[in-house]
Design a protein around this ligand. Sequence first.
Ligand SMILES: Nc1nc2c(ncn2[C@@H]2O[C@H](COP(=O)(O)OP(=O)(O)OP(=O)(O)O)[C@@H](O)[C@H]2O)c(=O)[nH]1
Ligand SMILES: [Mg+2]
Length: 357
Amino acid sequence: MQIGIIGLPLSGKTTLFNALTRSKRPTGVSGAGKLEIYTAAVNVPDERVDTLSRMFNPRKTIYAQVRYSDISGSEREMSATQGIGGALMNALATMDALAIAVRAFPDESVPHPNNTVDPNRDLHQLESEFLLLDLVAVEKRLQRIEESLKKGSKDKELLNREQRPFERMHDVLEKEQPISVLHLSDEEVHSLRGYGLMTLKPMLVIVNEGETPWPRKVESSYTTSAVVTMKGKIEAEIAELPPNEAAAFLADFGIDEPGNHKALRISYDVLGLQSFFTVGEDEVRAWTVRRGATALECAGAVHTDIMKGFIRAETVSYQDLVSLGSLAAAREKGRLRLEGKEYIALDGDIMHFRHSS
Ligand SMILES: Nc1nc2c(ncn2[C@@H]2O[C@H](COP(=O)(O)OP(=O)(O)OP(=O)(O)O)[C@@H](O)[C@H]2O)c(=O)[nH]1
Ligand SMILES: [Mg+2]
């Protein structure tokens, strides 16, 4: 999973990126509006993985990973008449979700492109801009389709098939909602990647509040967006500390859940993702799949060969395994089930795939 952080200049994108990934990229240095992208991966903290690792004492413990990209200078790549520039379009194609950084820290020494600090105004400005960009792109495509149909194109059926999703997208955009409300399938999203549609992907809003809490609620105008608040600068500094020292500082600043955990948890939610685990003496590992994934799709996440040769998935819930203490006990108590291809995996399932090779 890859999440791109975008936002107005000097909203704290790099600061949040540092807090989220424990990186040390220089902040407060503007790249003169040029598009620049830095990516770093982080492990997804998961207490269940820690517990399983204690239980199996494996040689390797592997957490799920998420990649964050710090995208600066995106504003120059967006034009209401020209659409999105090629470089940004290519970058967006690799992102599964976008996180909008919104400034809510007052700081006289940091200039604001809109002069005053007002996170709701900035957020709504960006959200309207994204909707407009998408509306222009969708209308352009619809117009092309209509022209081709009028000319009596041979691909009438193909064009008709393409027209429908674009009309649906047009409808929601006109209602000032993002395309993501349509919950398009992975395939549909994939087929649209060449159009640089900003609101096709789930979005997360990260309110970057300063040392004191922002007094008003920051609300997205998109029904599908989630809002997370972080204390960017403080959390970036704390992220540099060893974990045992970090805990004391978090408590001092009244941060009950560090922003990096919160952002990951909510990203999974917004993206409709869940985890399943594979366990053994060799490796305890977390895997990420979409909610509602079948046992076959889970097998495919591990390896395409396992998916191709899929026979059964030995499955036990995390709760059952932990309360019974071992796979042997789970088997004995009949809690280790043999599931077929169509089984809908639940969050936290522990799976072992029987397969032919
Ligand atoms: N006081 C305070 N300053 C912050 C906070 N977050 C960021 N800043 C400062 O704001 C300035 C801009 O932060 P960056 O993280 O570089 O912002 P950015 O969005 O990456 O900026 P560009 O990439 O240049 O558009 C820096 O001087 C940061 O130290 C915060 O929570 N509190
Ligand atoms: Mg930056």
